[in-house]
Structure formats: C-alpha cells, structure tokens
Design a protein around this ligand. Structure first.
Ligand SMILES: O=C(Nc1ccc2c(c1)CCNCC2)c1ccc(-c2cn[nH]c2)cc1OCc1ccccc1
Length: 341
C-alpha cells in the first residue's frame, strides 16, 4: 500500500526519492492522466516548525512566476499532516554536479548557462522578487540542459518594491554578499548579482572564489573580496567577475548593465531574453479540447475554472498537457483504470 495514499488518489504514481533536505524529501512521480513525469516535494507539516513560513513563501512566489528558467509549479496538495508540492521534472540534476563532472566549463558553455540565469533573475527582479539564496545547488537542468532555478524559500518581495531595503541575513554564507553577512540593510537585487558572480566563477573555474572551513575566515575573505584569478580566464571573464564580485554594492554591476555586457553577448550578438510572456497563462485551445473531450465538460467552463490558477489537479493537468504539446507528444489523456470488479 502506498505510503502517500493522497498522492495516488490525486492521480500520481510515486517512484523513488531523488532528493532530501531540511524541508523533507523530493520523489519522482508520474502524473497518471498525462503520463508526464514530475518531482514532488513532500513535507511533513508537523516537523517543519520554523520552516513552515518558508514553504508558504516559496509556494506563493512560484504561483506568481512563470519563466522557462524557473522550475514550474504544477499543483499544491495539502492535508492535515503533509504539504505536497508538484514541480517540474529536471532530470539533468544539479548544475553543481555538471560542473564537478567536467571539472570546469568552457567559456562558451559557461556563457550558455549564465545567460539563462540572467534571463531568470532579470524576470524575477522585474516581478518584484529577490531570490537571496542563488547557488549552483539551487540550479537544476532538464533533459535538454535548460537551466531551472529552484528553492524560493528565502525569496523576498520587499513591500516598498525592489528599491526598498531588506535586513534579514539569510542564504548560504559561501554565496552571500558582503553587505548581507555584515547584517546591514541591503537591496535584494544587489545580493543576487553577487551570488550570480559566485556561480559564474564556479562555472569558469570549477571551484569557489571564497572558501574556508572556518566561518570567520570565510566572512573575512568575502568582506575583503579578494579571490584567485586562474590563468585560463580570459580578460573579458576577469573583468565581468570583478564587476559582479564587487564588495561595494553601489559599485557592483546592475542587472540592466549585465544584460548588455559584451562578455554576455559574445557569440550570441544579442542580450539574454528578459521579458517572458506567460505562455503557461495563455488559453491553449488544443489542450482545452483534450480536457473537454476527456471529462465531457464544455471548454469555456473548464477555462473559467482554469483561469483562476488554483494550482489544483485541473491546473496540473492543463500545464502538463502544455508540456506534452511543447515536447511534440500527442495530447491524449489516459482513461482512469476501473479497478477490476
Ligand atoms: O526533477 C528533479 N530532480 C531530478 C529528476 C530526475 C533525475 C534527477 C533529478 C537526477 C538524478 N538521476 C535521476 C534523474 C527535481 C525537480 C525539482 C526539485 C525542486 C524544486 N523545488 N525544490 C526542489 C528537485 C528535484 O530533484 C531533487 C533535488 C535536486 C536538487 C536539490 C534538491 C533536490
């Protein structure tokens, strides 16, 4: 008997566990109706304690965000004891493991990944959010090596907009900006730029710019902002890293400059895409037709419910059908097996 009967009754067949963290675990699963694979974050609410607000924050942020490089939310299922968050399947695993596997990436491969991060973070900031915990472990890859940012449990949506200051010291020290670890007021967008600089360094160098087993030593290194520039770095890479890993947030490169930086545009001739029209929020008649046919309900009635974006089983089915369409798979919904009498 499945340990999570709720998920089975909500139309998911669970597979193995692929990640565990402070929040709980992540299991692979298949959405029965569409046959699409998903990742389900399973959290025991009774054990979350102080982390419960982080989970709520991540869910509310993900409900407002729709971008090709941000891990998609499909459905949220809550019971008395558990919270299940059904997410996009990212079978390429962590960017971190990809870097370790190749020891370091070429400048062009680094640029290919880094442009996707710029695209996602630019969209995130334009939507009024700061991630505040950007690190290679929070960047996954899908099977086509498209990059997906995860874990918005520390993101912030400053009340007064992105120009207002934050104070909470959070995130992983290794990737945290000087002003964040100093406990002074900071701009969320500026700390994200610093963390992106640490990620770019990891991509190009295969190691981290600031490391120490001793937290005080680590803080000193970050506050000094001095790091090794390996001989293989091009002058363009070195210049960009210096502009991102700039201790003074006022002198640090801004996302608007980053988008148009010559290193970022090299070989592409254009800046990374910044605007994303919410393809997932568009009314797709083929997907609506497939759902309408399967449930024998009028398309307009289905759309009137879907357009409330409740992230329930109907939202999941619609978004996963959009996925199937994007992958060129037939838009067929599986008939529910009638248990043998
Ligand atoms: O689909 C996900 N992961 C995933 C799926 C398939 C495979 C692998 C990995 C690699 C291992 N070999 C098998 C293939 C996957 C999707 C979303 C999320 C997720 C979204 N918000 N939070 C977590 C987590 C996921 O992962 C587990 C994990 C990966 C890195 C840190 C922590 C957990």
């Amino acid at each position: 008997m499945s340990r999570y009967p709720t998920l089975r009754s909500c139309g998911y067949e669970l597979d193995r566990t692929i990640g565990t963290g402070g929040f709980g675990k992540v299991k692979l699963a298949t959405h029965t109706l569409t046959g699409e694979k998903v990742a389900i974050k399973i959290m025991d609410k009774t054990k979350l304690g102080k982390d419960l607000p982080r989970v709520k924050l991540e869910i509310s942020a993900l409900k407002n965000l729709s971008h090709p490089n941000i891990c998609k939310l499909y459905q949220v299922i809550e019971t008395e004891s558990h919270c299940y968050v059904v997410m996009e399947y990212c079978s390429g695993g962590e960017l971190f493991d990809h870097i370790v596997e190749k020891s370091r990436l070429s400048e062009m491969e680094s640029r290919m990944f880094f442009r996707q991060i710029i695209s996602a973070v630019s969209y995130l900031h334009d939507s009024g959010y700061a991630h505040r915990d950007l690190k290679p472990e929070n960047v996954l890859l899908d099977r086509e090596q498209n990059l997906k940012i995860i874990d918005f449990g520390l993101c912030a949506k400053p009340q007064g907009g992105m120009d207002s200051l934050l104070l909470t010291s959070c995130g992983s020290p290794t990737y945290a900006a000087p002003e964040l670890i100093q406990g002074v007021k900071y701009h969320g967008s500026e700390v994200d730029i610093w963390s992106m600089g640490v990620i770019l360094y990891a991509l190009l160098c295969g190691c981290l710019p600031f490391e120490s087993d001793n937290i005080d030593e680590l803080f000193k290194k970050i506050l000094r902002g001095k790091y090794i520039e390996p001989g293989w770095l091009s002058s363009g890479s070195k210049r960009l890293l210096r502009r991102m890993l700039c201790v003074d947030p006022l002198k640090r490169i801004r996302i608007s400059e980053l988008i148009n930086d010559p290193w970022v545009r090299l070989g592409f001739g254009c800046p990374p895409s910044t605007k994303t029209h919410d393809i997932d929020r568009c009314k797709d008649m083929e997907c609506l037709e497939a759902i309408s046919h399967h449930f024998e309900i009028d398309k307009e009635i289905i759309w009137s419910r879907l357009s409330k974006w409740k992230y329930d089983c109907e939202t999941a089915t619609y978004l996963l059908l959009l996925n199937k369409k994007k992958n060129g798979s037939p838009l067929v919904l599986k008939k529910k097996e009638v248990p043998n009498q």
